[in-house]
Ligand binder design. Structure first.
Ligand SMILES: [Zn+2]
Length: 203
């Protein structure tokens, strides 16, 4: 995670290896991991993240979180429901949760998260599919259709709004996906310059 709680109660980012703080979710001790390869983050001293939904922090997450923060979102928010707590990647002021998903999810995991967050939007990282032309957009018009080779098919089981991150500030707002081969569908293509800027910043 990117933020932990310091002794004085403030939210802090890790600044040096060996630094200690408290996890806002489980209140156990976390240590700063400031290496050369991974994004600097906090890790539980126990070695196990209290949130089973946690994904390793990537530069992709940071870029999105920076962009969403510029829109007024709160980053890494612990949300509790029925005694269970999960760390949402970002939450807008109106309560909308943005779930940033880099790795693949099963259908069950998708259903479980939608049930938990309720008011949410998915952002799936499909940059490599777009780059390798496995995700092909036919026209970048008001309505764009696409073909998707080796699609992340579980996305077809989402019931909340989906944004596909194509990279370079390009976004696909998914409207319909047909999971059967050849996988395709339609939606809206958009370019977000601010998102592209964050990408350059965190390159
Ligand atoms: Zn924890």
């Amino acid at each position: 995670m990117l933020y932990a709680i310091a002794e004085n109660g403030t939210k802090i980012m890790p600044t040096y290896s060996g630094q200690r703080a408290i996890c806002p979710g489980c209140h156990n001790e976390v240590g700063a991991r400031c290496g050369h390869i991974n994004v600097w983050h906090w890790g539980h001293l126990s070695g196990i993240d209290c949130d089973s939904w946690a994904e390793p922090l990537s530069v992709w997450h940071l870029r999105w979180q920076a962009y969403l923060a510029s829109l007024g979102a709160e980053i890494e928010v612990n949300i509790e429901r029925d005694g269970i707590s999960h760390r949402a990647d970002a939450r807008m002021k109106d309560g909308l949760v943005i779930e940033l998903q880099h790795s693949a999810l099963s259908v069950d995991e998708i259903v479980e998260r939608e049930r938990f967050y309720q008011k949410m939007i998915w952002v799936f990282d499909i940059r490599s599919a777009y780059e390798k032309e496995r995700f092909l957009i036919r026209t970048k018009d008001r309505y764009s259709s696409f073909r998707w080779k080796h699609a992340k098919k579980s996305i077809a089981y989402t019931t909340k709004p989906v944004r596909l991150d194509l990279g370079g500030g390009e976004i696909f707002r998914l409207k319909k996906i047909y999971p059967d081969a050849p996988c395709g569908g339609y939606g809206h293509w958009a370019y977000i310059p601010e998102l592209h800027e964050q990408e350059t910043k965190y390159a």
